[in-house]
Design a protein around this ligand. Structure first.
Ligand SMILES: *[C@@H]1O[C@H](CO)[C@@H](O)[C@H](O)[C@H]1NC(C)=O
Ligand SMILES: *[C@@H]1O[C@H](CO)[C@@H](O)[C@H](O)[C@H]1NC(C)=O
Ligand SMILES: *[C@@H]1O[C@H](CO)[C@@H](O)[C@H](O)[C@H]1NC(C)=O
Length: 288
């Protein structure tokens, strides 16, 4: 009788495991921001003017058993491109920095990296004021969902290791939002860290290279947003930066960009991902 009960229990456990997808990862990384974080590599207009992904997955971005993603239902599954499908809603997602980041981390950190969990959260075309916490509206869904996704990621084990933030192009398209960016970014990072305590959250911040040409941009101010990013990285602890202007891009030849002159192509996104991994490992690799 006891044996029967035990085997029923085991079957139920196995069944629920297979229903809930992959087991939890060991090291968890949060990816957030706007389109160049969500990934537009391989996304171009077709003959009818619709944006379509070319489905080309380079080796640096291929799925493999040690890389998982937290899907929109907040369950772990094998990660595959486009990583932000179902998250970057109503946009055509392509290759981004997440998969090459994870591959590079595994290659460099070896067994310490364990199973890597990616938590895609980026949304194309967003302003920082859509992301920030709004104390007068605790139900504002964007921030709330973001924090809930972070908390869901380690509820069954694993450790949240860092946030990668690549955003500000839309804010840089207008002088008023550009000039509010510093206060907004500083408040946003501070609120996140407070709201996910006691987790330790290093932030790797990408300084942007372009303003969003799809926004009204007669008053654009890229320099103000870049300066804000630099200042916030100095004024708050545990923030590292990478500078997207140092990527292999050329504004004259359009090298490194899609045909829209704004989104990074697949090659550039791979460089971003590897740079994220090197930057994380150089300062926090001992934690893995
Ligand atoms: C996505 O597009 C549909 C149809 O236009 C719209 O109803 C929905 O609100 C959009 N969702 C988001 C999150 O923007
Ligand atoms: C937020 O949502 C909760 C639950 O739906 C509700 O009880 C509360 O009144 C809402 N607060 C505000 C400020 O809208
Ligand atoms: C960009 O390309 C142009 C034309 O080939 C070249 O003259 C220029 O030096 C390049 N700029 C950078 C920053 O590499």
């Amino acid at each position: 009788m006891a044996l029967l009960k035990l085997s029923i229990m085991l079957c139920t456990m196995l069944f629920s495991l297979s229903l809930s997808g992959a087991a939890s990862p060991k090291n968890i990384f949060i990816l957030a921001g706007q389109s160049n974080m969500a990934g537009r590599g391989g996304v171009e207009k077709d003959q009818s003017g619709n944006l379509v992904w070319d489905r080309l997955v380079p080796p640096e971005c291929e799925p493999q058993p040690s890389i998982l993603r937290l899907n929109p239902e907040r369950e772990w599954e094998t990660a595959r491109e486009p990583l932000h499908v179902g998250i970057d809603i109503n946009r055509t997602a392509g290759i981004g920095p997440g998969m090459p980041f994870a591959h590079h981390l595994l290659a460099k950190a070896g067994p310490n990296a364990g199973v890597v969990g990616l938590v895609p959260c980026a949304r194309g075309g967003t302003l920082i004021e859509q992301w920030i916490k709004n104390p007068s509206n605790p139900n504002a869904t964007f921030y709330k969902n973001f924090i809930e996704r972070i908390k869901a990621s380690d509820k069954d084990g694993g450790v949240v290791r860092a946030l990668f933030w690549f955003q500000g192009e839309s804010d840089a398209a207008m002088s008023d939002t550009a000039h509010r960016y510093k206060d907004n970014l500083k408040q946003f990072f501070t609120d996140i860290r407070n709201d996910i305590k006691p987790r330790f959250l290093p932030i790797i911040l990408a300084k942007i290279a372009v303003y969003d040409p799809f926004m009204k941009h007669d008053t654009h101010d890229l320099a103000a947003v870049r300066a804000a990013q630099e200042e916030v990285s100095k004024e708050l602890p545990d923030i590292l930066t990478i500078d997207a202007l140092q990527l292999p891009i050329n504004f004259t030849t359009n090298a490194g960009f899609n045909l829209d002159h704004a989104h990074f192509n697949t090659n550039t996104e791979i460089v971003v991902g590897k740079w994220f991994a090197d930057t994380y490992l150089s300062h926090y690799g001992h934690l893995l």
